[in-house]
Design a protein around this ligand. Structure first.
Ligand code: SF4
Length: 148
């Protein structure tokens, strides 16, 4: 039986991104040969629509570009993702880099100017706190070496 890995649905080509598009990545899709990929979109799980106004994290809270506090929706999406990860016993997650939900290590700094800062998206942080290893799309090789 293949190991289950949580994957940001937008990396698999789902049109769940804020602008209605996706972040389809063939290298991520090819991981399906080694692992059972379990797609998640925390922002959709949190009840946010597609398309939606983009959001960024500022001082631990999530705000849309038009100033709406969406922290609760992001937290709901994170909890839902964690529930799925636990249910399928996934040891790791491959999440879209820099997103306010899925980013790990570097995220946009809250100024909506394209600048990055150190930090984790709300879902990435919750998975990490629950001992699920988090990888971004630029560290696929590391994930393969550790889990296949
Ligand atoms: Fe992709 Fe994550 Fe954003 Fe959903 S929340 S569109 S999975 S980066």
């Amino acid at each position: 039986m293949k190991t289950k890995i949580i994957v940001s649905a937008c990396l698999l080509g789902e049109n769940c991104k804020y602008n209605g598009g996706n972040n389809k990545n063939e290298e991520v899709i090819a991981l399906g040969e080694r692992f059972e990929l379990v797609p998640v979109c925390p922002e959709c799980f949190g009840g946010l629509p597609v398309p939606r106004v983009p959001s960024e994290i500022r001082q631990g809270m999530v705000f849309s570009k038009n100033g709406e506090d969406l922290t609760e929706q992001f937290k709901t999406g994170a909890e839902h993702t964690l529930y799925i990860a636990k249910e399928c016993n996934a040891p790791a997650a491959l999440l879209k880099e820099r997103s306010p939900s899925c980013g790990f290590g570097k995220i946009y700094d809250g100024s909506f100017s394209g600048k990055l800062c150190d930090g984790n998206g709300i879902t990435a942080q919750l998975l990490f706190e629950n001992e699920i290893a988090v990888f971004g799309e630029s560290s696929i090789k590391k994930l393969i070496s550790l889990y296949s």
